[in-house]
Design a protein around this ligand. Structure first.
Ligand code: F6P
Length: 341
């Protein structure tokens, strides 16, 4: 078979390991050939291809980013659409497509599959918010980077007796905040799933400070202040019309300082969480998902994506992944909150 492959949406550490896993098992075990599309759906719409043989994937699983490039392009906009995508697939002699991406990518893939395009999906997001898979690759790396950054913030906070606020990514879920905050021993973790009041945050901060600790507050970018209806957003909308989040840390730091009288500084970790070398966990997960995507292609499982359930890789329909966001359950928050303050 000839298989097209693209990575779309925000990058996540492990994308290259998926590509390598799929291409290696596809070429050496099954005799398939691959064509890479540059910068996500954009490359497919514009027929912008890259060679993707065993040679191109050597040694790439330890590299961050994606050798194919990515973008947040909607394949139905501009000159895109089902007819154009079918045309490009025919021009390249393709039998199937593997789309590696998050919610936006998989939603587009579902629409295309419903129209007859043969697509298998590989879920990707540092946010870990896709419901049909226990973990997505990139999340473990992001948590590791955020934890290391918080360890550093704690030493400078200690030196100055300051309260340090660390803002992490995660869009509308608090998984990165919960895991990195717990790992770093945060005194408060603010996540979108919980309408925590600033008076409560100030009480936790004061309690830690009064014990001689430099308080660490971890805030997810999607945390919404009780008086707000929407998460803090100051950078407009992305290509799929979703608000770009970020900036809540800088907003709450002076509010915490005003309530507690403790000097407070905010740091937004931003894209650092998505860059650089993937963790060993993410490389293994990504490699397994890449290999499994070839099984799904071999079995003609169009409209399905590979996913992790426990320790097994399974195939699930796109709609299962797209139905609901995987949010932090109340029990996981309550467990972490026992250690706040
Ligand atoms: O979905 C992954 C993510 O990193 C979110 O956590 C974040 O809100 C968003 O992407 C940032 O997107 P961009 O890279 O387009 O600024």
């Amino acid at each position: 078979m000839r298989i097209g492959m693209l990575t779309s949406g925000g990058d996540a550490p492990g994308l290259n390991a998926v590509i390598r896993g799929a291409v290696l098992v596809g070429t050496t075990v099954h005799g398939h050939e691959f064509v890479g599309f540059k910068d996500g759906w954009k490359g497919l719409v514009e027929n912008d291809t890259l060679p993707l043989s065993r040679h191109e994937v050597k040694g790439i699983s330890k590299l961050g980013g994606t050798i194919l490039g990515t973008s947040r392009t909607n394949p139905f906009e501009g000159r895109g659409g089902v007819d154009r995508i079918n045309e490009v697939m025919v021009e390249n002699g393709l039998d199937a497509l593997i789309a590696i991406g998050g919610e936006g990518t998989l939603a587009a893939a579902k629409r295309l599959t419903d129209a007859g395009v043969k697509i298998v999906g590989v879920p990707k997001t540092v946010d870990n918010d896709l419901d049909a898979t226990d973990y997505t690759f990139g999340f473990d790396t992001a948590v590791g980077i955020a934890t290391e950054a918080m360890d550093r913030l704690r030493t400078t906070g200690d030196a100055h007796n300051r309260c340090m606020v660390a803002e992490v990514m995660g869009r509308h879920v608090g998984w990165i905040a919960l895991h990195s905050g717990m790992a770093a021993g945060a005194h408060a973790i603010l996540i979108p799933e919980q309408k925590t009041s600033l008076d409560q945050v100030a009480a936790w901060v004061k309690s830690a400070y009064d014990r001689g600790r430099a308080p660490l507050v971890v805030v997810a970018e999607g945390y919404t202040l009780p008086e707000d209806d929407e998460p803090h957003s100051e950078r407009g909308l992305d290509a799929f019309g979703r608000p770009r989040l970020g900036g809540i840390g800088e907003r709450i730091a002076p509010l915490i300082e005003a309530r507690t009288g403790i000097e407070t500084r905010a740091t937004t970790l931003g894209h650092i969480q998505r860059g650089g070398t993937p963790s060993a966990f993410d490389r293994v997960l990504a490699t397994r998902l890449g290999m499994a995507s070839i099984n799904a292609v071999n079995e003609g499982e169009w409209g399905r994506m590979v996913a992790l359930r426990g320790t097994e890789i399974v195939h699930v329909p796109f709609e299962e992944a797209l139905g609901t966001l995987k949010t932090v359950p109340q029990s996981r928050y309550d467990e972490a909150a026992l250690l706040f303050g």
